[in-house]
Ligand binder design. Sequence first.
Ligand code: IPD
Ligand code: CA
Ligand code: CA
Length: 264
Amino acid sequence: MDKQWQEIDLFAKQAIKEAGRKIIDSFDEVLKIQTKSNVNDLVTNMDKQIEKFFVEKIALEYPDHRVLGEEGYGDNVNDMKGTVWIIDPIDGTMNFVHQQRNFAVSIGIFHEGEGMLGYIYDVVADELYHAGKGNGAYLNDKKLPALNDVPLEEAIMSLNATWLVPNRKVDHEIFVSLVHRVRGTRSYGSAAIELAYIAAGRLDGYITMRLSPWDFAGGKVLIEEVGGLVTDLNGNELSMVNNSPVFAGNRAVHERVLNEYLKK
Ligand code: IPD
Ligand code: CA
Ligand code: CA
């Protein structure tokens, strides 16, 4: 990473830690909770406040960078020209509201469409996952090793129960047979945390039917730095400006699930 990117990296890390402190401080206050697309799609004053904090800070330091943020305080981003910060101020808002844990700040910084820097900050655990292109991925100060090949029979897959019962997006029977095959399943309720866990080797795969770029931008940079893959359900490259089903995993699990379940 050249000097310019090292500076952006330092700036991003400081901003993320500051955001984390603001979120922890908010635990003593009463949250204002609203709903968005449906009654279970929650947003709080903190989601908005944290996104605004990033947008304002980035505009001051890097006025030519653009921001694609979930809550809409950034720019109207339809392409990946120049430098774009893709930000989810709080990923796992339902967990944030109900549990005050298992949520994360997620940021991916892209340049001309290429993932340069990725961050997922599990605020309550104080675990900052971070990666720079060509520089490896880290959990706090510890370098994360390249991901191991794992047989499906020993894999832990992250899968939401929604996709195991009849639903409008996918034939649930595919996943029922996959669940029987793997060693275990988990679901944490934060796409960013599931992706960070794949990068850290705590999970071997994650499949979900609908994510937005801010849910997976940071995780994509992290996982690719340890040799894993983040694609759509056909193994194709994800768009960074549109919603998509997402399939992430270490290489072995990704290939086997793709060929034996998803492409069938
Ligand atoms: C959600 C979480 C959740 C995933 C949803 C996302 P939000 O993000 O990542 O785990 O299943 O699809 O929308 O709304 O909490 O930022
Ligand atoms: Ca999210
Ligand atoms: Ca969010």
